[in-house]
Design a binder for this molecule. Structure first.
Ligand SMILES: Nc1ncnc2c1ncn2[C@@H]1O[C@H](COP(=O)(O)OP(=O)(O)OP(=O)(O)O)[C@@H](O)[C@H]1O
Ligand SMILES: [Mg+2]
Length: 363
């Protein structure tokens, strides 16, 4: 089971360019709208300095990073919810992803055409978000009619569901993106509908080289939009990232240095996506292999063990756990044990981000 982020935005804003930089998959990217029709899917390693540190100390035969999936989706235009552009096909591709990376054009470059004729981040975001919301309204309206009817039977649970749907429908009709108003309790009634504006979103400002050094007006505008929505916003140049991705490690560092950048923007996007998905990482560390594993926040030790192998979960005895900070101090699991700093935890232990775990099991 993987977790994925869908890359969405207007046509010709740099989605495939970013996707290629992320995945080195060579998806078609060109200066015309609707270049992408079918979604491209790519697996991306999640860079993690902690994994590198553990690996440097233990020097295992292999080191394995954790991954997430990115999906490059066709461009969306106004009235897509009514079938314009690639319309419903596009929307159903978005329905399948866990989180949304929304790319917004924040560069001038007259050679690259813009579907509405001018660069306008606020307007562009509104077009996309409105289409997503209209699609949600459509789904909610149908669901509400159905549930209301069945709630007439007097079933209490259906009555609650109908009330929740009605409340959310009314909010959507007011133009509110739903991610900010749906509570955890509401979520269980609407999960099945896979609503688009409930999915977490990260905005990506796609800038030119000048915009990288100093925020241009477009970026400032987009940052305000993101802030208002409580969403994250990262600034990168998709075109530059695609060029950097072609370089080998040494050239890449040289290039980043020259540009006065610490790390490539891709890492910011990957880290941002990982955060959106509400994921954390734990590590297993042996002489053969040091490996990063992905789990949802609040996963129990016995379920985390199941990520590695169902036998380990089934025969779970206990987990030997230390935090990354402890490892950083002692640099060796043996030394941590000798110092009495290794904790023994049971099945119910909630795994924390950065835990290094050894599972004892018996089958
Ligand atoms: N930061 C940038 N500066 C200048 N040009 C850029 C930048 N980012 C992308 N481009 C250019 O914009 C054009 C469109 O890019 P791309 O094909 O990635 O868009 P897209 O969003 O995937 O479009 P579609 O929706 O049609 O699939 C390409 O020519 C690409 O090189
Ligand atoms: Mg594309």
């Amino acid at each position: 089971m993987g977790f994925n982020c869908g890359i969405v935005g207007l046509p010709n804003v740099g989605k495939s360019t970013l996707f290629n930089a992320l995945t080195k998959a060579g998806a078609e990217s060109a200066n015309y709208p609707f270049c992408t029709i079918d979604p491209n899917i790519g697996i991306v390693e999640v860079p993690d300095e902690r994994l590198d540190f553990i690996s440097d100390c233990i020097k295992p035969k292999s080191t394995v990073a954790t991954t997430i999936e990115f999906v490059d989706i066709a461009g969306l235009v106004k009235d897509a919810s009514k079938g314009e552009g690639l319309g419903n096909k596009f929307l159903s591709n978005i329905r399948e992803v866990d989180a949304i990376v929304h790319i917004v054009r924040c560069f001038d470059e007259t050679d690259i055409s813009h579907v509405s004729g001018k660069v306008d981040p606020i307007g562009d975001v509104e077009v996309i978000n409105m289409e997503l919301l209209l699609a949600d309204l459509d789904v909610l309206e149908k669901a509400l009619t159905k549930v209301k009817k069945s709630a007439k039977s007097g079933d209490k649970e259906l009555k609650i569901k109908s009330d929740v749907l009605e409340k959310i429908y009314n909010k959507a009709a007011e133009g509110v993106q739903l991610r900010n108003i749906v509570s955890g309790d509401d979520m269980k009634y609407i999960k099945e509908f896979n609503l688009l504006t409930v999915k977490p979103v990260l905005y990506v400002a796609n800038v030119d080289e000048d915009g990288l050094a100093i925020d241009n007006d477009y970026v400032s505008q987009l940052k305000k939009v993101a802030e208002k929505e409580n969403a994250g916003c990262v600034k990168i140049s998709c075109k530059l990232e695609a060029e950097i991705a072609e370089l080998d490690e040494e050239e890449k560092n040289e290039f980043l240095n020259e540009m006065g950048l610490e790390k490539s923007g891709l890492e910011k996007v990957i880290a941002g996506g990982y955060e959106l998905l509400d994921l954390i990482t734990f590590f297993t560390a042996g002489e053969k292999e040091v490996k990063a594993w992905t789990i949802k926040k609040n996963t129990k030790a016995v379920d985390a063990a199941g990520k590695i192998h169902s036998d380990i979960s089934r025969g779970f005895i206990r987990a030997e756990v230390c935090s990354f900070d402890i490892f950083k101090e002692y640099k060796s699991l043996q030394k941590i044990k000798e110092a009495g700093k290794m904790r023994l935890e049971g099945k119910e232990y909630i795994v924390k981000d950065g835990d290094i775990i050894y599972f004892r099991f018996n089958v």
